[in-house]
Design a protein around this ligand. Sequence first.
Ligand SMILES: NC(=O)c1ccc[n+]([C@@H]2O[C@H](COP(=O)([O-])OP(=O)(O)OC[C@H]3O[C@@H](n4cnc5c(N)ncnc54)[C@H](OP(=O)(O)O)[C@@H]3O)[C@@H](O)[C@H]2O)c1
Length: 257
Amino acid sequence: MKMEGNTILITGGASGIGLAFAERFLEAGNDVIICGRREDKLQAAKQKYPALHTRVCDVSKPADREALYTYVTSEFPELNVLVNNAGIQQRVDVLCATRDWNDYSQEIAANLEGPIHLTLLFVPHLRSRESAAVVNVSSGLAITPAAWAPIYSATKAGLHAFSMTLRLQLADTNVEVIEILPPAVNTDLGGIGLHTFGAPLDVFADGVFDGLRSGKSEIGFGGTQERLQFTKSEVNEAMRSMWLNFLHNNPEFRKDV
Ligand SMILES: NC(=O)c1ccc[n+]([C@@H]2O[C@H](COP(=O)([O-])OP(=O)(O)OC[C@H]3O[C@@H](n4cnc5c(N)ncnc54)[C@H](OP(=O)(O)O)[C@@H]3O)[C@@H](O)[C@H]2O)c1
């Protein structure tokens, strides 16, 4: 995708990976709109980067997605890039998944329904721009699912499949489809202090921007792109060793069973 002169909407742009992308897009000469659920986080981001535009939106809610689409296309008709970044991650032990279904389904609504619905809403608008892109932030876990985060892994595999189908359907159009597959990156994903074992955020974001500049349509980091070539037995082996490693490091996960 072209790296400057865009108008870009980043969902979940007030923290973590979304904010790191927002900083870099601003610096490269783009207009950037970020959204998220927490007004205070959006305001803190705006205080740091006054050029940012902010909007409260919960992408897990269909009405919020529609309101976001209406707001952005009327206030920023030059919008030409949608970055579906917002996401949550929950650890779920299927042996004691007794919480209300809404607690589980919100992960599907935020991570999968949100990006699909926003894409369907925005594609006709993106088609009207000279050059445009949909950028989906999935995960390395789309390829090698994490057994401790079964719903999350399913949503990311779904987003990976959706990105592939979208790319093929839009192949002969002005809309590029880019998927970013992060490895573990040190952010607040899943709760503060849970993602401290991953890649430093700035190093990861710089690596992704190298990938964007070089025109890649699937951008990994630290080996996640290579996972796309894994055989079935390599996927199974990676999953198994990740699961055993997780249980070793998180004995409380199964303590009540
Ligand atoms: N960090 C990793 O290790 C890692 C690895 C692979 C993939 N990813 C993916 O990268 C993306 C960004 O995650 P992150 O690591 O940067 O985590 P993060 O620091 O927790 O950031 C997630 C952002 O999404 C927003 N968000 C969450 N639910 C939302 C909703 N329903 N509506 C609108 N905004 C919402 C959050 O803001 P509010 O809470 O204010 O809404 C927050 O700003 C996610 O899709 C995640 O799955 C991360």
